[in-house]
Design a protein around this ligand. Structure first.
Ligand SMILES: [Zn+2]
Ligand SMILES: [Zn+2]
Length: 333
């Protein structure tokens, strides 16, 4: 699968989401939150090549595993470590960076970290260097906040701010549409494969552009229209720690429309909605209602309150399935 993902951490422990996007030419690794034990579940090679780490918020269960990620990547220059945080998150991370003795780092010590703070109006980037013992945050640009915060190779990541008493960022990874050659039509036309096929795949034909196939010339635009098929990419949303009130239902129903998979917290059963309200969390029924409204492909529930462990976990799933049948827990739960 070009887009794949894995929920890290079991029921009752901290969780995170690891996503890979494989374009065929290149694999991108993305990590969402860094709960206790979560990065530890990944291979060191995956952590060394995680391009972006996205934080929802900085309650301890979402950042307690960060030291492991930090230790493995502290001297990384390529790719630059890129962290995405909610409002005020830059300060929190700066404290994490500074929480060690760095007397042994020298002028030539490698390591560059970029923190992108997703504010209501603007995204502000601050750069830190290991060689400076992370002492100084260097302003490294700011830009207007738009829904898409990362435009990567074959994918995008959108951010949406949710309310958890503090801001909690939700994220949606969308794989770019896949363009394939219709091999059945190719055979039907008797077209032999060749260098022209690479050109056929893209980019789009320029006005009047001609290609030769089996010694005959054809307008490229016509061949592209006839022989290429476009399949929408997969997508996965990561939503955790937020109160799913009516206004948020409205917002997310729009933002999650046709998302293939939604990985979403479901802290409480509907019978305990006052607990969910008090801690600014959501119930299984509310989350399933959102999935149904947004017409998503499937729903995966995680971040369930330990109060339902181990015997009442099934009730959480059953409550969601009554509203949105295609609901599961992560593999291995
Ligand atoms: Zn929280
Ligand atoms: Zn949490």
């Amino acid at each position: 699968m070009p887009l794949s993902f894995r929920v890290l951490g079991g029921p009752g422990s901290d969780n995170a989401l690891f996503v890979t996007v494989d374009t065929g030419q290149r694999t991108t690794r993305l990590l969402f939150d860094c709960g206790d034990g979560c990065p530890h579940a990944l291979a060191v090679a995956d952590l060394l090549n995680t391009e972006h780490l996205f934080f929802s918020h900085f309650h301890i269960d979402h950042v307690a595993g960060f030291d492991h990620f930090f230790r493995i990547n502290f001297d990384r220059s390529e790719p630059v470590v890129s962290l995405w945080v909610p409002p005020n998150g830059t300060e929190v991370l700066h404290h994490r960076f500074r929480g060690y003795e760095w007397n042994l780092v020298g002028e030539r010590q490698r390591g560059t970290w970029e923190v992108h703070e997703i504010g209501a109006e603007r995204v502000r980037t601050t750069r830190y260097f290991t060689r400076e013992a992370f002492r100084t945050g260097h302003p490294a640009g700011e830009r207007p906040r738009v829904p898409v915060v990362v435009e990567g190779d074959g994918y995008t990541v959108e951010a949406v701010q949710l309310d958890h008493g503090c801001p909690s960022m939700g994220y949606v990874v969308r794989e770019a549409s896949r363009v394939n050659v219709d091999t059945a039509k190719l055979a039907e036309r008797g077209f032999a494969p060749g260098a022209w096929l690479k050109r056929l795949r893209g980019p789009a034909a320029q006005a009047g552009e001609i290609v030769a196939v089996n010694g005959t010339e054809y307008p490229l635009a016509l061949l592209q229209a006839e022989l290429l098929t476009t399949t929408p990419g997969e997508s996965v949303a990561y939503l955790t720690d937020f109160r799913l009130d009516a206004a948020t239902q409205e917002l997310l129903a729009e933002r999650l429309r046709r998302v293939t998979t939604v990985v979403c917290e479901s802290q409480n059963l509907a019978a305990d909605v006052e607990l969910a309200e008090a801690a600014m969390h959501s119930t299984a029924r509310e989350v399933a209602t959102l999935a149904a409204r947004a017409g998503v492909g499937r729903l995966i529930l995680f971040h369930v309150s330990p109060r339902y462990l181990p015997f009442r976990l099934g009730e959480v799933l059953a409550e969601a399935r009554a509203v949105f049948p295609n609901t599961t827990f992560p593999d291995g739960w």
